[in-house]
Design a protein around this ligand. Structure first.
Ligand code: 4AD
Length: 437
């Protein structure tokens, strides 16, 4: 109808009460004619009405088509995921009826932009929890259109935002170390250490790659690694900083109306962890595992020096059911660069942060800052020190007590959003046997 006023284009979240800042008089004035663009997320037809829930990646909007519009071929053959432009008037939803944000669009015009084949509808909109995981991974590009997967991706973005803000509040500078070396990088730590003298405390958010044979629900071949390095600190400073960072990030996320809404839906029982976090030495964890009859990988009682395997770690974390800073691992089972504890040189100033449901989400330590000790450590490991001259040099030109950590973003998200596997917290997960699509 050419006599109608020219519509104003709005995005679908402009009527979301959580996003007051987006609201304009145009998007929320009764009687204003608007134009929305999106894809059909849900639809329901009655005799004279067709209800379409439209989504554009920003929000959801219920659109109501009536009269001649519903008698068209395009609407009678409409499929989910078809992209469409709809013009109409925004109105409040009548009392006792429900629609996203209590708004609905009364359409007076539409155009189909791109039809969707009807075959994969089941995958795209509501991921059947019992669907074959391989089928879901093959169709990850469509699964991502579902409400659950897209919510996790939105919490992921909000988490990265919160980490960056919390780092900034700690006066830490973001750097971008190389990801490609002779091999793909497993960690940016050694580069971060070289930044301290000129840049102060630093962090990075980079992909890390692991040749993990383990097909577990918490191992990816490529993951997003949030790493940080702090100068002139003690081990206690490192633990205090880690606890403060984790709590601040959660505080920022819960203060974010959009992220907190998704978290509440994905993980209704989520409660921010209480402080201070439990701090437990590796040797005490070994005793705890023995007392609770949780055996090591050989099926024998744990003894000092054993790696605490994933299954045992998870059992312990789930029973204790609160974040744990597991500290002071034996030097023999940890990386060569970790600083030894002066009061017990069998162990290192190291920490793993364990979360219920997931287990380890952070690994960190103080770094060996003595040149002679580092050279001895290379020798002990059978490593040729020459390619590491640039790393070793830090100990030669004004060394300092320093330390840092790496946090696996997908593991943090699996904990926060109560996902069974880290694979659901990655845009396109890569793990043993999968590097498509
Ligand atoms: O404990 P990791 O191996 O520690 C390091 O790489 C140190 N250089 C970090 C540092 O001090 N800058 O890895 C750190 C974290 C783990 O706690 C875990 O959350 C995550 O990285 N991670 C993985 N996440 C998903 N898939 C994998 N295969 C992972 N391996 C480690």
């Amino acid at each position: 109808d050419a006599s109608l006023p020219k519509p104003i284009r709005i995005r679908l979240d402009e009527t979301d009460p959580a996003k007051v800042q987006l609201r304009t008089p145009e998007s929320d004035t009764p009687g204003t004619r608007v134009r929305v663009l999106g894809r059909v997320h849900r639809m329901r037809a009655q005799k004279d009405y067709v209800f379409i829930t439209l989504t554009d990646g920003y929000g959801y909007l219920q659109c109501i088509l009536t009269g001649d519009l519903v008698k068209t071929y395009d609407i009678m053959t409409l499929t989910l995921e078809t992209s469409i432009a709809i013009h109409g008037e925004m109105r409040a939803v009548p009392p006792k009826q429900h629609a996203p944000n209590d708004r609905e669009l009364h359409a007076d015009f539409f155009t189909i932009i791109g039809r969707a084949a009807g075959d994969k509808e089941a995958i795209t909109t509501r991921v059947a929890p019992d669907a074959d995981p391989q089928t879901l991974y093959d169709n990850r590009h469509l699964v991502l259109r579902g409400e659950t997967s897209s919510s996790v991706m939105k919490v992921r973005a909000a988490t990265l935002r919160a980490f960056r803000k919390a780092f900034e509040e700690n006066r830490m500078l973001e750097v971008t170390p190389p990801a490609m070396n002779a091999y793909l990088t497993q960690s940016s730590q050694l580069y971060l250490e070289t930044c301290l003298p000129s840049l102060g405390d630093v962090f990075c958010v980079c992909p890390s790659f692991r040749a993990e044979k383990s097909l577990t629900r918490r191992h990816l071949s490529e993951y997003t690694h949030i790493e940080a390095e702090l100068d002139f600190i003690t081990f206690t400073d490192l633990l205090d900083h880690l606890e403060a960072m984790i709590c601040r990030v959660i505080e920022l996320l819960l203060a974010d109306p959009e992220a907190s809404k998704y978290i509440a839906t994905l993980n209704p029982d989520f409660k921010p962890p209480s402080r201070p976090f439990k701090r437990m030495k590796y040797s005490d964890a070994i005793e705890w595992l023995v007392e609770h009859n949780i055996p090591n990988e050989e099926g024998e009682p744990h003894k000092f020096g054993d790696d605490i395997a994933e299954a045992a770690e998870r059992k312990m974390t789930d029973i204790i059911n609160q974040p744990i800073f597991l500290t002071h691992f034996p030097a023999e089972i940890k990386a060569f660069y970790m600083k030894k504890d002066e009061s017990d040189r069998r162990v290192t100033e190291s920490v793993d942060v364990l979360m219920p449901g997931v287990g380890e989400i952070v690994g960190g330590s103080m770094r060996m800052d003595d040149w002679n000790e580092l050279m001895a450590a290379y020798k002990h490991e059978g490593m040729d020190p020459s390619p590491y001259y640039w790393y070793t040099d830090q100990r030669k030109y004004g060394t300092s007590p320093h330390g840092g950590y790496g946090l696996g973003l997908e593991r943090f998200l699996a904990w926060l959003c109560a996902r069974y596997t880290v694979r659901d917290c990655s845009l396109y997960p890569r793990f043993t046997g999968r590097c498509t699509p």
